[in-house]
Design a protein around this ligand. Structure first.
Ligand code: F6P
Ligand code: FE2
Length: 191
């Protein structure tokens, strides 16, 4: 018989989004090679800002079964690469039919989603709003503001992460700053 998993409680600070109890997984700019549209701006920023931290999140030690739930906070720091806002890599779930929920605690931004059939959707993140990512949709958080974008997420623990075409072609759409405002444009690399 398998051992029952022990209940636990974990802290996530309401201001920083971070936990004192457990270390986060950190993604710095160098882990996102080829993902920003402006390669020149990426190379310059990597060097000038000494490989800055773009986002961090939690990978808690929870069994990856269909009945368990992976959860944690995601803290996406503000900034841009060229005119493209800081974003997460984004992923499909390996079990494609898996949805996910994000509850925005602070900051502002958007969740960009697309499915393999070519549909894409975008939802706004603002404090107190929950975004539902439906099954089949790759999802990428984008910070369009000037403060960290902090959200709490939960999804079925055996879903897995599939970076698939995202690491090579990216998403069909990009979110860039134009005249001080976020704008959705076609990704020139997607064809
Ligand atoms: O896999 P990515 O796109 O780097 O982003 C990681 C984010 O996605 C999640 O896996 C949730 O789907 C979180 O752990 C984290 O916020
Ligand atoms: Fe996910």
């Amino acid at each position: 018989m398998t051992q029952p998993v022990k209940a636990f409680t974990i802290d996530f600070d309401l201001v920083t989004g971070l936990s004192k109890k457990t270390p986060s997984t950190k993604r710095t700019l160098s882990s996102m090679k080829g993902m920003y549209a402006d390669q020149g701006a990426y190379d310059r920023k990597l060097q000038d800002d000494n490989d800055p931290l773009v986002y961090e999140f939690y990978e808690l030690d929870i069994p990856q079964t269909s009945g368990d739930i992976l959860f944690g906070t995601s803290v996406l720091y503000p900034g841009k690469v060229g005119n493209e806002y800081h974003m997460t890599k984004g992923h499909f779930h390996t079990i494609l039919e898996t949805g996910e929920v994000y509850y925005c605690l602070s900051g502002e931004g958007v969740m960009l989603m697309e499915n393999p059939e070519g549909d894409w959707q975008i939802e706004k993140f603002s404090p107190g709003q929950a975004v539902y990512v439906p099954p089949r949709y790759a999802h990428r958080s984008i910070n369009t503001g000037t403060e960290p974008l902090i959200s709490f997420y939960a999804f079925r623990a055996d879903a897995g992460h599939d970076y698939g075409t995202i690491e090579t072609k990216g998403y069909r759409k990009l979110v860039v700053e134009k005249e001080g405002q976020p704008e959705i444009i076609d990704n020139p690399k997607w064809n």
